[in-house]
Design a protein around this ligand. Structure first.
Ligand code: SAM
Length: 232
């Protein structure tokens, strides 16, 4: 049974897509996609030997070797230009996901859909999408096994209007997620706010200097920004 987190990622993969799942580990996601959609084909990319072997075994066990190509390599280097139209990258931090996208920019030609599932730092991905001509079209936030995950879906294009007002707040919290404010969203951001308040209290005890004051102001601004949305 596929985790709810990956089911949510799968939900956004277009029918009949040519998918590259980067950092595929056991290749659970591409196997699930191929079983659900007979037209779909996939590449499962893995940089590490252990997960690469797990992916190969899983694909063989599922009888999907004709439709899923398991390749070993770093990030997008496992795909050739124009080979896929959809990329999924799940279960990593937002920083690593954007590094993978940045290092493989030339391989994004012909790719129409990105489905990214950061465990942390989704804001780094939103900024990357905005600066690299991708439009965020959907977002999800969910809780599974006491952990909170976000799913970001992007299509090609330019849409500055998404961030026309409250840009900083939207980049941090997610323009779609902050409209919905569901249970997982509240839980994640309340935890962050409580943590920032603890840090703020430490700053207030510290000897004031320009640097501390700057950090204190930024933190306070961030707390206010998030609390404003949580109060809604
Ligand atoms: N995508 C799966 C999921 O969401 O359940 C696996 C997530 S697992 C935590 C992260 C996987 O990404 C690991 O198997 C790791 O080897 C792989 N990985 C990390 N950096 C990578 C890179 N630059 N290129 C390809 N795979 C990478």
């Amino acid at each position: 049974q596929l985790s709810e987190r990956l089911v949510r990622v799968a939900k956004y993969v277009p029918k009949g897509a040519k998918v590259a799942d980067i950092g595929s580990d056991h290749a659970y996601l591409p196997c699930y996609l191929c079983i659900k959609d007979i037209e779909l084909t996939a590449i499962a990319g893995e940089v590490n030997e252990g997960p690469y072997q797990s992916a190969r075994k899983q694909v063989e066990r599922s009888g999907l070797t004709e439709r899923i190509d398991v390749r070993k390599g770093n990030g997008l280097e496992v795909i050739h230009c124009g080979e896929v139209n959809t990329i999924t990258i799940a279960g990593m931090g937002g920083g690593l996901i954007t590094t993978i996208l940045n290092e493989g920019k030339d391989k994004l030609e012909g790719v129409e859909t990105l489905i990214l599932q950061p465990n942390v730092s989704a804001d780094i991905i939103r900024k990357w999408l905005l600066h690299n001509e991708w439009v965020l079209v959907s977002e999800e936030i969910l809780e599974e096994d006491e952990k909170i995950y976000e799913v970001l879906v992007a299509k090609r294009g330019n849409d500055e209007s998404l961030y026309e007002d409250q840009k900083e707040q939207k980049l941090l919290l997610g323009p779609f997620l902050m409209q919905e404010v569901n249970h997982a969203f509240k839980k994640k951001w309340q935890y962050e706010v409580d943590n920032w308040k603890r840090i703020l209290a430490q700053f207030e005890k510290a000897n004031a200097n320009e640097q501390v004051e700057e950090k204190r102001k930024n933190l306070l601004n961030q707390i206010n920004m998030v609390e404003e949305v949580l109060r809604k």
